[in-house]
Every structure is written in structure tokens, then in C-alpha cells.
Design a protein around this ligand. Structure first.
Ligand SMILES: Cc1ncc(COP(=O)(O)O)c(C=O)c1O
Length: 415
């Protein structure tokens, strides 16, 4: 059989022994036995720690690094992250409770996102969680709820700037957006704050997600700093509010597809040194922070699914697995991909073999969209083997339609 060139560089963050992938030093079949079942998500504790360490090495020591739970809210992983990062960003009541349960200081949990309900806002105010305000109406509701409860709400204004994050997988700023308050409206909002029962401590600018272009990220960081400084000057000049916290967002991406190159994190760290120094020079006693999801956890996780059936249709090999897009929507290409590309996929218990064969890995759902690998060169797999999808630590289990076809949820383990 003709062998195609591998479509992906080998993923080197997970070690291999006896032709078998290791998670946290444990051979994959043993991890599966320990978890009790496939399909499963396995997250490697040591890889999570190593990633935060690398980031801390290049970033200024004063910069707080927050973890965004939306990337992966699995409680054991969040608990592990609590020992590594400086704060959390949450997007729902459930994420807020997970974050609070770790024991991290509530003032270093931020609550971001449009559509916060009154009940969620009440919880955040009562807990002392920092609310990132997304609209002038939301600000008025927070004021009202804060008065009713008798607790002072802590907020930062999320700004929708007049620039966007170039080369970004998802653009979340610039132009008309559901996120944040348009920068033009901020002077009026700062005036209105004077009559409110709200402590506004700063600004939050989040421009986009999944960006592998360090120059584009740095350009946005520069613009965000300049914007934060000019808004702080308006606020401080009017002596209405003491701006003491600036959140510069993030958007750091990870490589998924052939041709993707890892982010030049050293270049970003170097630039952040300048940004933080500038902010500290201009805004006395300012605290600076960034919030990252995918970059911190994405490469530390794999999705594992077992081959249930192997069939040939008109010359093409299909490996039918016990899980698919119901657990891993992103790998199936249905979470925002315009043109479907294969995630890095291997046969986890047969990492290297002499010959590979092109095969499609399809899940158990009754839709052609349930595709984890489309005619990829894979080690010769049989029923019972384990298919591994790399780069699955972020936007995996919680970003997938787990109830579709009423199939069981994936198991999650931190190893
Ligand atoms: C406000 C906010 N913060 C943080 C994130 C996390 O992004 P990422 O996982 O790309 O780092 C997002 C993602 O959409 C976001 O909207």
C-alpha cells in the first residue's frame, strides 16, 4: 500500500515508551483502565505546570496570569491551575462556583461575558468577584442589585476598542460587537459611575482568540496599553475613580493544523515587559493582568476513543470509534472551521509502525459530520485500538454537544 507523508509534525509534549503514548508517565491502556472507560479526556498535570512555568519565565513578574475556565472547567484541572496562576476568569455561575471552590481570592476571579442574569450578578456581588461590565445597561443593573443587597460591587469596564486583533481565529473587538462598551461611550459612563454604588477599579480589553502571530498580538497589546492609559487619564483627571487594574486580554493560540507554527512566546513576553513598565510609569500602583485559556491547557490534553468497528467502503478504510463529535466538536471541524482540517490524530497504542494506511476515523453518530480524521495516514489499527486526538485540553468536552444521540458523556481524568 502506498504511504502518504504524515500530515502533522509529531506531537512531542507526550512521551512514548514501547510504542505507546504515555500520559503523566503512565501507558495509555493503563490510563484507560484507570479511568474505567473510553471515550475519555486525559489531562497531563506536569504539562499544565510546565506551560505556566514557561509563560512566567518570559512575562514580567508583576503581570498577573489568569486562567479562563471557559477553555476547560473540569474541576480537578481548575484546582490544579489554582496552584499555578494568579486568578481566574469565569463566564457563568457554575464556573464561578468552581473557581470559588478552589479557595482562590474572590477579588482575583473576574466574571466576563454578555448576558449575565440578575441571579448571576447577585452571586458575583455577594462573593466579591470582579465583574467585567459588558454594557451600560448591565452597569445600571449591577448598581441596582448592589444597592438591594447592600454590598459594594467591584467592577472593571470591558472596552470595545476601535481596533481589532489581526490574524485572529476569532475577532472579539473593533466594529459593532456584543462584547464590551464602545470606547466612545466611556467618558459618559465614567460620569454616570459617580452616582452609583459601584467600585470601578479599571479596564478590560479582550480583542480575540486563537492567534499564532506574535507581531499581531504585540501590536494589539501596544494599542490596548495606549487606550488604557488614555482612559485612565480621563478617569483619574476627573478624580472620580482610582484606576488600579488593567486587563490586557490575551488570545494566545496553539498549533492545530499542518503549517501552524507555535506562538513565539518569548517575543510576546519581551513586549509585555515594555507594556507593563509603561502602564506602571503612567498609572501609579496599577496592577496588570492577562487572561488565557487555550494556551495554558490546550496542549496538555488528549481525547481517547476506542475503535469499535473497521470497515472498507469502495476502497476507503473507516475506523468507527465509540466517541466523536458529541465529545469533541472542534476536532470534527464543526466549531468554527470554515474549511475542515484534521486535528493531529494517532493510534495511541501503536504510535510508530513501519507502514501507515490512510483511514478515516468516524464517531458513532448518524451524521457524516461526525468525523475525527478524514483519510489521514495512520498506523494500522484494528478493533480495540485507541485513537488519540492531540491538542484537546481546551474547548473539548465542555464545548461539545454531549447529549446528541443520548450517548454517554466522556470520562475526564487528570493524570
Ligand atoms: C473574554 C474572554 N477571555 C478569555 C478568553 C479565552 O480565550 P483563549 O482560550 O483563546 O485564551 C475568551 C475566549 O473567547 C474570552 O472571550
Amino acid at each position: 500500500m502506498q504511504t502518504k507523508k504524515p500530515e502533522h509534525a509529531p506531537q512531542t509534549q507526550f512521551a512514548v515508551a514501547d510504542n505507546c503514548l504515555l500520559v503523566g508517565g503512565i501507558p495509555l491502556p493503563r490510563v484507560v483502565h484507570r479511568a474505567g472507560a473510553t471515550p475519555l479526556y486525559a489531562y497531563d498535570r506536569a504539562l499544565l505546570s510546565a506551560r505556566v512555568q514557561v509563560l512566567k519565565q518570559v512575562c514580567p513578574t508583576e503581570l498577573r496570569i489568569n486562567y479562563s475556565l471557559k477553555a476547560n472547567p473540569y474541576p480537578a484541572l481548575v484546582q490544579h491551575m489554582a496552584s499555578l496562576v494568579d486568578g481566574f476568569d469565569v463566564a457563568s455561575s457554575a464556573e464561578m462556583q468552581t473557581a470559588l471552590s478552589t479557595g482562590i481570592d474572590a477579588g482575583h476571579i473576574s466574571f466576563t461575558g454578555p448576558g449575565k442574569t440578575d441571579a448571576e450578578l447577585r452571586q458575583a456581588i455577594a462573593a466579591g468577584v470582579m465583574i467585567h461590565v459588558e454594557s451600560t445597561n448591565e452597569l445600571r443593573r449591577i448598581d441596582q442589585l448592589s444597592r438591594e443587597l447592600g454590598y459594594l460591587a467591584q467592577v472593571m469596564l470591558r472596552i470595545n476598542p476601535d481596533f481589532e486583533l489581526k490574524s485572529s481565529g476569532l475577532k472579539m473587538a473593533g466594529g459593532a460587537k456584543q462584547f464590551g462598551i464602545d470606547v466612545e461611550q466611556i467618558p459618559a459612563v465614567l460620569k454616570a459611575l459617580a452616582d452609583m454604588t459601584i467600585q470601578c477599579v479599571g479596564f478590560h480589553i479582550y480583542a480575540g482568540s486563537q492567534n499564532l502571530n506574535a507581531a499581531a498580538i504585540n501590536e494589539t497589546l501596544t494599542k490596548s496599553c495606549e487606550l488604557a492609559i488614555s482612559l485612565a487619564q480621563i478617569a483619574i483627571g476627573a478624580q472620580r475613580h482610582w484606576v488600579r487594574r488593567i486587563n490586557l486580554g490575551g488570545g494566545f493560540g496553539i498549533p492545530y493544523f499542518p503549517g501552524d507554527t507555535p506562538l513565539d512566546i518569548a517575543a510576546i513576553g519581551q513586549h509585555l515587559q515594555d507594556c507593563v513598565a509603561k502602564l506602571q510609569k503612567t498609572i501609579p500602583h496599577v496592577e496588570t493582568e492577562i487572561e488565557l485559556g487555550r494556551y495554558l491547557v490546550g496542549e496538555a490534553g488528549i481525547y481517547v476513543t476506542r475503535v469499535i468497528d473497521k470497515k472498507f467502503s469502495r476502497g476507503q478504510c473507516f475506523l468507527v470509534t465509540d466517541g466523536g463529535m458529541n465529545h469533541h466538536l472542534a476536532a470534527s471541524g464543526n466549531l468554527g472551521q470554515v474549511i475542515r482540517k484534521n486535528y493531529p490524530v494517532i493510534v495511541g497504542n501503536k504510535v510508530k509502525v513501519e507502514s501507515e494506511q490512510p483511514a478515516s476515523v468516524v464517531g458513532p453518530l448518524c451524521t457524516p459530520l461526525d468525523l475525527l480524521a478524514d483519510q489521514m495516514p495512520l498506523s494500522h489499527a484494528e478493533v480495540g485500538d485507541f485513537i488519540v486526538v492531540f491538542q484537546s485540553g481546551a474547548y473539548g468536552a465542555s464545548a461539545s454537544p454531549a447529549n446528541f444521540l443520548s450517548r454517554p458523556a466522556a470520562v475526564e481524568v487528570l493524570v
